[in-house]
Design a protein around this ligand. Structure first.
Ligand SMILES: NC(=O)c1ccc[n+]([C@@H]2O[C@H](COP(=O)([O-])OP(=O)(O)OC[C@H]3O[C@@H](n4cnc5c(N)ncnc54)[C@H](OP(=O)(O)O)[C@@H]3O)[C@@H](O)[C@H]2O)c1
Length: 209
């Protein structure tokens, strides 16, 4: 994300809980500051003067950590804090990264509700993520913050090349889309900041190869 921003001449402030853990970001010219996405005052305090915020926060880095300490309201609290904090600071655009698990399958069920394709042990995380999306939908239908959630609709490929192309879909698992590189997800995020096309919705994003 920061590489794509730099390519476009966009300045980035990265917000994390412990800036000292991210020396590499500073070296890339990114300003790294302390903040908490679940605290509206904290969000409002760091976003002032920015054009948009990107919500790519997760309380966990992977299922191997287990979900015993997962706060089921984490993503709801994040949605509230972002809508309130951005609104108060006059920042009108929010791009959030969604979770494949709550896209809808061909039968209209969320992927996470099909135990044959979705591992039940990850379900608590998927439910928490989905609650955050619902909160954006219910509270963010009106108000000053125009949000979009971009949800990788298939494989997300770390290290794959940037093509500069991607495909936006809707609420369903997209058919026929190819895997998406992290670099092209970043292209979609930056495009939705610089030239917004999607408003107050969750959409899928896949590769266009
Ligand atoms: N295919 C898919 O559907 C798919 C695939 C991958 C990711 N995703 C989604 O994309 C998002 C990002 O995932 P990721 O894998 O990039 O996560 P990640 O590598 O674990 O990074 C999460 C970041 O969130 C920060 N963070 C955690 N709690 C925070 C808090 N309270 N306030 C501020 N920052 C906080 C962490 O920094 P600190 O710990 O220093 O605060 C960390 O930098 C998640 O929503 C994830 O579910 C979706």
């Amino acid at each position: 994300m920061t590489a794509e921003a730099r390519r476009r001449g966009v300045t980035v402030t990265a917000v994390v809980r412990e800036p000292a853990r991210y020396p590499d970001l500073g070296a890339e010219g990114v300003v790294v500051v302390r903040g908490d996405v679940t605290d509206s005052g904290s969000v409002g305090g760091v976003v002032g003067g920015h054009v948009a915020a990107v919500h790519a926060v997760s309380p966990f880095s992977g299922p191997e950590q287990g979900f015993d300490s997962l706060d089921p309201d984490f993503f709801v609290r994040a949605s509230d804090a972002l809508l309130d904090g951005l609104g108060a600071a006059g920042v009108g655009r929010l791009v959030a990264i969604g979770l494949f698990a709550n896209l809808l399958g061909a039968d209209g069920r969320a992927v996470m509700d099909d135990a044959e394709v979705f591992p039940p042990e990850i379900r608590p995380f998927a439910l928490a993520h989905t609650a955050g999306l619902r909160r954006l939908g219910s509270r963010g239908g009106a108000g000053p913050v125009d949000w979009v959630m971009l949800t990788p609709g298939g494989g997300l490929e770390e290290g794959a090349a940037r093509t500069g192309r991607y495909r936006l879909g809707g609420e369903r698992v997209p058919e026929g889309g190819s895997g998406l590189s992290y670099a092209d997800l970043a292209v979609a995020v930056l495009d939705e900041i610089e030239m917004p096309t999607q408003h107050r919705v969750r959409v899928s994003v896949t590769g266009a190869r």
